[in-house]
Design a protein around this ligand. Sequence first.
Ligand code: SF4
Length: 321
Amino acid sequence: MADLVNTFSWSFSAAEDFDLCRRKRFWAKYAMWGGWSPEATPLQKDAYRLGKMDNAWSVLGRAVEDAVMWALRRHQAGVSVTVDEAYEHGARPHLIRAWTESRKKLFLQNPKKHICLREHYYQDWPPGRENEIMEAVKAQARTCISHFMETVLPRLAKVSPVQEIRVAVIGSGGDPESFDFNGMKIYAIPDYVYREGDRLHIHDWKAGKAKESHAAQLKLYGLWAQVKHGFNPGQVDIFIEYLAEGTVRQLALTESDLDSIKTRIADSVTEMADYLVDGDIARNRPLPQEDWDLTLDYRCCRLCNFLELCRKDPDYHPDTA
Ligand code: SF4
């Protein structure tokens, strides 16, 4: 098999991380590269392993996605299902797997295969509170599924699988969904997409709270729809489904929205290129670790997977911030 190449790529979440902390991008994109190999250095292996970590709320999001897609597939097959059934078949297996694997620390042998919760790894949960948090996650999963069945499923009731557009998701084996923009790989992974006549409907499931940044993230999917599937912005309907609250935010797209997204990508890529040798994104070789600044806002570190690595850096002084 040919050697894998670490090509330059951009995504909304990578840009948010880069804005928050340059060093985080270094760990997540460059230091980790090759960390899956038995011949990798200890730093490569550590960065790769830490980059794979989940947390209780990302596990909740994945469990809810599994459950709503399970319920939708059953519905399309003409079988009606209850919230309890969707939870048991769709969400519960992922939640149980995450907690079990994480508690047993199986990821230490194989971080790609096994889930590690950041809260376990960094012992974030006060003694005795873990079960309470697990119950809260389970309850929120049920609430999200219930809202999906009541408010979203009826709107998708007539969509057939032939209308759907396949989206490569994380964890499905290959590279996640992306498109080429000005020679760069841009990751964009909408949750559920289908055609209706000459229109494209894009739905994204959110199991957490509404955030203003979601609108920009979803508008990136409009660019994906145009570049990869030839839909003009006026033909695209975007639905942010806030399943915890049972509300939906619908976005209309314009050419000007796509222009703003293109500007956001261009500005972000220019800043990222400053941290590469000769600013060359084609070669994509990072400057040395010390050139990637640590965050100025140490509050971000509390939720960062890479805290273990930064704590070893003599320049890391959160106590003096
Ligand atoms: S622990 Fe803090 S300084 Fe280190 S990568 Fe994370 S956010 Fe940046």
